[in-house]
Design a protein around this ligand. Structure first.
Ligand SMILES: Nc1nc2c(c(=O)[nH]1)N[C@H]1C(S)=C(S)[C@@H](COP(=O)(O)O)O[C@H]1N2
Ligand SMILES: [Mo]
Length: 300
């Protein structure tokens, strides 16, 4: 997909006007907290023709969660997040960028957003169809302006062992981290989600902000992000670090590439009693296959 076919000239001009205004106002100088009302002038997403899908019930998506910072028991996560206090939050975006930025909670929650309904496929074999609200990650990348040396993004989740009981165990190394290649991160399907079902993002699903990359397995979709760092060399995500034989850098959904312990050909939708077939790149191949060479797609 060509970038210039996706960004209208008007939009580009609006963004440039925003950046000029913002830098004149000193907002983009050395300790820049973004002025989120200024962000409103930018469109959060381009319209995309995606297949209509039968949504998972909100109840099912809010009550069956992987969130190892709390527990490995999927049905208990929603209870254990009650004591997770997120009033004090900063999302830092920095590293190899021209313009590092920090967002406080109020700024995160008032980011302009669109809705996008995506299939969601966990590597364990269950799936969902979720209406997200969020902003395309590339809109944020446009603000921070990656340097030419930047090749990857490294995401970190919150580290609050006093509030996150799972972090007092060694089941993973904390904080939870994930990573993308820069060209993947620029793809317009990639969202930073701040809501779902046209409502706030529930704590168990990654409040206040989480990554959504619909053609990758669920583990890549890191929750409760506190930092995004642009880096030169390939980072290691928490799962890849813990179990390299089962989790790779890409984590692309691929029914033809079996997990070492089970087939990935089929998946069980939340709330369903019968498995359905899993689609290559989770059904988004026509949008994203061009990001990968044949070699990449044989790699987990
Ligand atoms: N910080 C953090 N992010 C995470 C996880 C986690 O344990 N911690 N689990 C991942 C996995 S394995 C999956 S399948 C999805 C589950 O997202 P959901 O609970 O919103 O459905 O979150 C991903 N993001
Ligand atoms: Mo997962």
């Amino acid at each position: 997909m060509r970038k210039d076919s996706l960004t209208s000239k008007n939009n580009f001009m609006a963004r440039r006007a925003f950046l000029q205004k913002a830098s004149a106002a000193g907002l983009l100088m050395s300790a820049p907290l973004v002025n989120s009302s200024a962000l409103d002038i930018d469109r959060p997403c381009i319209p995309l023709a995606l297949d209509a899908e039968h949504l998972s019930t909100k109840k099912s998506v809010l009550s069956y969660n992987n969130y190892y910072e709390f527990t490995t028991n999927k049905k208990m996560v929603r209870h254990l997040v009650n004591d997770f206090d997120v009033t004090n939050w900063t999302l830092n975006i920095g590293g190899l960028v021209e313009q590092p930025l920090s967002f406080n909670l109020q700024q995160i929650l008032s980011l302009p957003s669109c809705s996008r309904t995506y299939r969601f496929r966990c590597i364990e074999g269950w799936s969902a169809v979720i209406p997200w609200n969020g902003i395309e990650l590339r809109r944020i990348l446009d603000l921070v302006k990656p340097l030419s040396s930047a090749r990857y993004l490294k995401f970190k989740s919150a580290y609050r062992p006093e509030q996150m009981p799972g972090q007092r165990t060694k089941i993973l190394t904390w904080p939870y981290t994930e990573c993308l290649r820069l060209d993947e991160a620029y793809h317009p399907l990639v969202l930073l989600a701040t809501g779902m079902y046209d409502d706030a993002l529930p704590k168990q699903n990654g409040y206040p902000i989480r990554l959504v990359v619909p053609w990758k397995y669920g583990f890549k979709n890191i929750k409760a992000i506190t930092s995004i760092k642009l880096v030169e060399s390939k980072p290691l995500g928490s799962w890849q670090k813990a179990v390299p034989s089962e989790y790779g850098f890409f984590g692309n959904v691929n029914p033809n590439l079996a997990h070492p312990r089970w087939s990935q050909r089929r998946e069980l939708p939340l709330g369903a009693s019968k498995k359905v077939r899993t689609h290559f790149l989770n059904g988004y191949a026509k949008h994203v296959a061009s990001l990968y060479s044949d070699q990449d797609l044989k790699t987990l």
